[in-house]
Every structure is written in structure tokens, then in C-alpha cells.
Design a protein. Structure first.
Length: 235
């Protein structure tokens, strides 16, 4: 199982802010969220492109809107990231909101902040990786708490088919043996053979008929329609 989260907002403000810097920092943040957990992230560009079709929600900032965002994007959590750049120093804050919890959706379930004083862009990106790694912990806990329903138990094995097969085999063999015994009773001294042969034929045919009845007329598993009724229903 994996989780889906969306970065609904990624702001980079300050005197050193630029679209290229925002892309680098967001890339590092996504790496931190996804590198050790089965989490799929919709970044802010993907979210903005998708939400263009829902202009009524673009400036909506209430708890109802957060839950609606979650439904439309099919995500369990939203992340809002703000980065302030002052010269070569960065202040980074990420807030994680749940779209499924019964508590007010605007209350972050996790808030993490990182500082990077006198840093290069690469060092700031590493801080963003750490920030993403920390803010995703509630999502990992949510994944561990969720358990899929157990598979249904296997159906009980039916005794009918083996019994039917044995009955048919034994009945057929008995009928054949009785028929052979009856056919060889050609003299008055072997009348008992004819009687025993006829009895065996009758018992064999009865056993075969009973086996066929169990195989065809009774259901192979409890709760299922017997084969005879299934075939009869088609015609």
C-alpha cells in the first residue's frame, strides 16, 4: 500500500527568490518525503494545473475546502511549504494537514521548521530534504495504522465428490463382476452363480446411480446451486 499527498502551496519569498530556486528547493523537499516511504507526491505545479479546472476552490482556505481538495486530488494529506530567503540565509517551514481526520482540517497535524544560515543553494536543498523527511512521519504512521481487510477464509472442502467417485467406481466394478458371474452360470449346477451375479449387478447399478445422484444432484459446496439445477435452469 502507498499514500498520496499533495503540495498545495510552495512559496519562496525574499530578496533571493526566483522560479529556478523554488524548483530546486521543492525538488529536494519531494525527495525527502518519498525516499524512504511508499508515498506519491503531487507537487505544487501538478496541483495548480489540476485545480485550474476548479476556480471556485483556488482562493478557498477553510477546512471544508481542505477536505474537498483531498477528495478531488485523491490524497490523504496536504502540505503547505513556505521558504523565506534573506541573502544567503533560508527559513523553511512545512505544515502537514490531513484531509480525512475528523478534527478541523485547518489545524496542522505536523509543523516542521529548518534554518540554513549563510548557505549555498545545494546546502539549502539538503535542508529541504531533511524537512521533507521529518514532516512525512505522520503519513508513515497513518500507513502503518491502516490495515487491509483480511482475505476471506477458503471454502470448506467438499466430501461429496470423492464419495461420489468412489461409489460410481465400486458400483461399476460390482455390476461388471456380477454380469460376468451371471453370464458364466450356464448349467443347473451353477444356479447360485446366476443368483449371486444378478444380486451383484443390482447392487452395482444401485451404487452407480447413488454416486451419480450425489455428484449431479447435490451441490459441491455449501450454499451453491446443484449442478443439475444449474443445467436445468439454462434450458
Amino acid at each position: 500500500m502507498s499514500a498520496r499527498v499533495a503540495i498545495s502551496e510552495f512559496k519562496v519569498d525574499g530578496d533571493g527568490a526566483s522560479p529556478a530556486l523554488a524548483m530546486q528547493l521543492q525538488d529536494g523537499f519531494v525527495v525527502g518525503v518519498t525516499r524512504t516511504a511508499p508515498i506519491y507526491v503531487l507537487d505544487s505545479v501538478d496541483v495548480a494545473r489540476y485545480m485550474d479546472t476548479f476556480p471556485e476552490l483556488q482562493k478557498c482556505d477553510g477546512s471544508i475546502c481542505v477536505k474537498r481538495f483531498g477528495q478531488l486530488l485523491d490524497v490523504s494529506h496536504l502540505i503547505r511549504v513556505a521558504v523565506n530567503v534573506t541573502g544567503n540565509s533560508y527559513t523553511m517551514t512545512a505544515r502537514l494537514l490531513s484531509t480525512e481526520e475528523p478534527s478541523p482540517a485547518m489545524v496542522p497535524i505536523e509543523t516542521e521548521t529548518r534554518f540554513c544560515n549563510v548557505c549555498t543553494v545545494d546546502e539549502a536543498r539538503q535542508k529541504m530534504i531533511q524537512l521533507g523527511d521529518e514532516v512525512k512521519r505522520p503519513v508513515e504512521a497513518w500507513l502503518q495504522a491502516w490495515r487491509p481487510p483480511p482475505p476471506p477464509p477458503p471454502p470448506p472442502k467438499s466430501w461429496r465428490r470423492p464419495v461420489a467417485a468412489v461409489g460410481i467406481a465400486v458400483g461399476f466394478a460390482t455390476a461388471v463382476a456380477g454380469g460376468a458371474l451371471f453370464a458364466n452360470a450356464d448349467s443347473s449346477d451353477a444356479r447360485w452363480q446366476a443368483g449371486v451375479g444378478g444380486l451383484l449387478v443390482g447392487l452395482g447399478l444401485a451404487g452407480t446411480a447413488l454416486g451419480l445422484y450425489v455428484l449431479v444432484a447435490l451441490p459441491a459446496e455449501p450454499g451453491k446451486t446443484p449442478a443439475s439445477l444449474s443445467v436445468g435452469g439454462k434450458f
